[in-house]
Design a protein around this ligand. Sequence first.
Ligand code: KIV
Length: 275
Amino acid sequence: MSVHSQAQRVTVPQLMSYKGTRKIAALTAYIAPIARLLDESVDMILVGDSTAMVGYDLPDTLSITTQTLAAHAAAVVRATQLACVIVDMPFGSYQQSPAQAFASAADMLAASGVAGVKLEGGQVMAETTRFLVDRGIPVLAHVGLMPQYVNTMGGFKAQGMSDAAAQRIREDAQAHAQAGAFGIVLEGISEPLARDITAGLDIPTIGIGASPACDGQILVTEDILGLSGDRIPKFARRFADAGQVIRDAAREYAQSVREETFPTLDHCFGVRRSN
Ligand code: KIV
């Protein structure tokens, strides 16, 4: 059964209205079959650039292109009817200038039908958030551990552990909120900091490795389904072992083919039966 009260897609203003009233449940999806399965349960689906690592086995998120991510986003939008679909702005498609960001985001929206974009960056990117929002493109900002900064961070490391670093992230979140972001993803930051930022903002925070006090939560779907190998990130929980289900099904299929129990004539066309 759907958790949505009426069969209409969740809008960005609706997500904003959930602050203080109900938690936002969000997951990533990159392809239609997974998006279709998530749609009835979550409020928001993010077509994340994490598809570079999860879907394409790349070492980081830096090389996914606008065209590739837009194609994934279009598939997710086509496969869903209820969840608000947001797409990541790929690395290099928005950092140069607000005008570049607008052109890239407009292309993504036109190509896919998503409701808005997510962009990573601290105060320096707040001007871009303002530029997009003022021109009709909802922005979900992403601060703290920002995977597109993997090279400047020296790896995927939790952020905001010193007082100075925490203050910087607090100001990053405030800057995007003031610039009109509809929400802020807080990734990989200290728990008290996430709690504090959430309490201080009028817009929802969506945590991943942040705090239960955030206004919502997002995880990479493959992590909760047991599809990302044996290592479960500290901030995730495996809610199903779909990996084992798929492994078992593939083994059974291969065995049936080798033992010649599949396919049978029931699976063929124009069969001539002798009796
Ligand atoms: O790319 C992504 O999937 C993300 C989420 C994990 C927040 O940015």
